[in-house]
Design a protein around this ligand. Structure first.
Ligand SMILES: Cc1cc2nc3c(=O)[nH]c(=O)nc-3n(C[C@H](O)[C@H](O)[C@H](O)COP(=O)(O)OP(=O)(O)OC[C@H]3O[C@@H](n4cnc5c(N)ncnc54)[C@H](O)[C@@H]3O)c2cc1C
Ligand code: FES
Length: 281
């Protein structure tokens, strides 16, 4: 196991813009022995930092089968550290601790193997790795996979260039944009004007599915309510949460919500977890 307290030096080997304000970083440990030891579960996160500037939590969004070769994270510029990260260059050294957290449930153990992935805003980043995993494992051959993405502006919708590949692999794509200025389509999916719940139209949704969702705090309650109205059972709805984090391993208490640590007990929770801790959302 890689020491969770010790930031490891990682080199930026590639940077790709994935929206107007976000970039995908491909990273490699400087120490190749550490890289070989590294493995993660989709939905886990890492603490990524710049020496002298700090660390922040970022979801790991690489394909799982490439984990011994590199790590990928998506950075959306929102403040001090994420701006410094987005301004970094190929060859720069960052720090990396992780992987941390529980990750999404194992696809092979789901009671309902059809999947709906719902991503609001920068939530597309944490589901992108799961989508790559689904495509490479041919999961969609046996099961239906739907991806529903919402963004406030079309320019901020991440991974538009990868969506054609999702659709070519039989993933059913739905997109909503709050402030849509003109009719448009992405990867042949007509973009719907409005918030993401617009995509949860009973006719288009495979209700015999497990839901994974991630997005801004305001998204969770209305989306869960809509899914419940459509007949989804609470145990089939999973969501991933973000809180300000420091240690990432259940020590500093910065991410605590009552007796639950988002970093250690999450970031992925089930709607049934809200019975004991409704303050989670
Ligand atoms: C488990 C987890 C996974 C994450 N995955 C990603 C990811 O894949 N890509 C990505 O771009 N970001 C991700 N984030 C959010 C990221 O950690 C924050 O955007 C980052 O810490 C902001 O640092 P900053 O110094 O740039 O912003 P600051 O200058 O500290 O703050 C700028 C603004 O962002 C808000 N903010 C800061 N941290 C958070 C947070 N954790 N949640 C919500 N709002 C916050 C502040 O309140 C402020 O309004 C994740 C967070 C968590 C906890
Ligand atoms: S970030 Fe320190 S306890 Fe969760």
């Amino acid at each position: 196991m890689i020491d969770p307290y010790l930031p490891q030096r990682v080199k930026i080997v590639k940077i790709k813009a994935v929206a107007d304000d976000a970039a995908l970083f491909t990273l490699q440990f400087e120490d190749s022995k550490v890289q070989k030891k590294y493995a993660f579960i989709q939905g886990q996160f890492a603490m990524v930092g710049i020496i002298g500037a700090g660390e922040c939590a970022l979801d790991i969004c690489s394909p799982s089968d490439k984990s011994s070769k590199y790590m990928q994270v998506t950075v959306k510029q929102v403040g001090f550290l994420t701006k410094k990260l987005v301004d970094s260059k190929v060859g720069d050294i960052l720090t990396f601790r992780g992987p941390f957290g529980n990750g999404w449930p194992n696809l092979n153990k789901l009671a309902k193997p059809n999947i709906i992935l719902i991503a609001g805003g920068s939530g597309v980043a944490p589901i992108r790795g799961e989508i790559e995993h689904i495509i490479s494992s041919k999961y969609f051959k046996e099961n239906t996979v739907q991806v529903l993405c919402g963004s406030n502006e079309i320019e901020y919708l991440m991974y538009q260039d990868e969506m054609a590949n999702w659709v070519n692999n039989d993933i059913r794509l739905g997109i909503s944009v709050d402030r849509l200025k003109r009719a448009t389509a992405v990867a042949n999916a007509k973009v719907v004007k409005g918030v993401i719940t617009q995509l949860l139209n009973g006719d288009n949704i495979d209700k015999d599915s497990t839901v994974f969702m991630v997005g801004p705090p305001a998204m969770y309650k209305p989306v869960i309510k809509k899914l419940q109205e459509l007949g989804f059972a609470d145990e089939d709805i999973y969501f991933s949460l973000e809180r300000r984090m420091y240690c990432g391993i259940g020590v500093c208490q910065h991410c605590a919500v009552n007796d639950v640590y988002i970093c250690k007990d999450g970031p992925v929770f089930n709607v049934n977890d809200l019975i004991n801790n409704p303050d989670l959302i």
